[in-house]
Design a protein around this ligand. Structure first.
Ligand SMILES: [Mg+2]
Length: 252
């Protein structure tokens, strides 16, 4: 077992040293900004809108009940696993119908949620990190969430954003990582993926053949046998590490 792990580590070291990283794909939620404060604010804004415009829905489905309804909608519609927007809109329609109100209001209610969902507070290192990483590497966003980089104001840092909703499958499915590589016109071993989630980001990227950096902002323990290529606590640390390696921007 020890020998196998050593061989694995040696192979990874060789792989990392011999192939320059030409592009970086970045997760968004909990990588560039903490997501739960954003979701809680968005749920509160939605509830306040419902109190004004759909009071029976607001009374019957306060925040906790609305979360439970959304979870049951997700369970009942596994084909929407990758599409949080559809899950939430469907939940709102069901809640309004069950409360005797017009489900047509769901789209406006959802827009209230999304406006707040795209008001994020970046981690302190995020903007400088994107500038430094983007100066040396092509960047793409790769997310299972429904953040809108245009609305957030970060779109210019990225060549493109690939989301599970438009792609049709979510991380950790290797196909979404491979689709990002194809769009970059690079082989997986030329791309590094950065994300906070051990399964969705690190194991998913590794399974697709990408290099992977685990951004561990909360001092968590790594519990999987297959380790990330590097563990970092900020994007600046990643930029420092990449500065010490051969890099090349490939033609766009
Ligand atoms: Mg994340």
């Amino acid at each position: 077992m020890v020998l196998a792990q050593s061989a694995h580590e040696l192979r990874d070291t060789w792989r990392m040293n011999s192939s320059p990283i030409r592009a970086i794909t970045l997760d968004l939620d909990d990588t560039l900004w903490p997501i739960w404060p954003v979701i809680e604010r968005a749920e509160q804004a939605l509830h306040e809108w419902l109190l004004r415009h759909c009071p029976r829905t607001a009374e019957r489905f306060p925040i906790v009940e609305m979360r439970a309804l959304r979870a049951s909608v997700a369970d009942a519609h596994p084909h929407l696993t990758h599409d949080y927007c559809a899950q939430r809109t469907l939940s709102l329609q069901q809640a309004m119908r069950a409360s005797g109100e017009d489900p047509a209001g769901a789209s406006e209610a959802f827009e209230v949620f999304m406006a707040e969902r795209n008001r994020v507070d970046l981690y302190p290192d995020a903007l400088d990190g994107l500038h430094r990483l983007g100066a040396q590497h092509r960047l793409a966003a790769l997310t299972n969430g429904n953040a809108d980089l245009q609305r957030i104001g970060l779109a210019t840092h990225f060549e493109f954003a690939l989301g599970a909703r438009e792609f049709g499958r979510a991380k950790p499915d290797p196909s979404i990582f491979l689709a990002a590589c194809a769009r970059l016109d690079l082989a997986p071993h030329e791309v590094l993926h950065v994300g906070d989630d051990p399964e969705l980001d690190v194991l998913g990227a590794r399974a697709a053949g990408l290099h992977c950096a685990w951004i561990n902002r909360r001092d968590e323990q790594w519990t999987h046998e297959c380790a990330p290529d590097i563990t970092i606590t900020s994007l600046l640390q990643l930029a420092d590490w990449l500065d010490s390696r051969p890099t090349a921007k490939s033609p766009t």
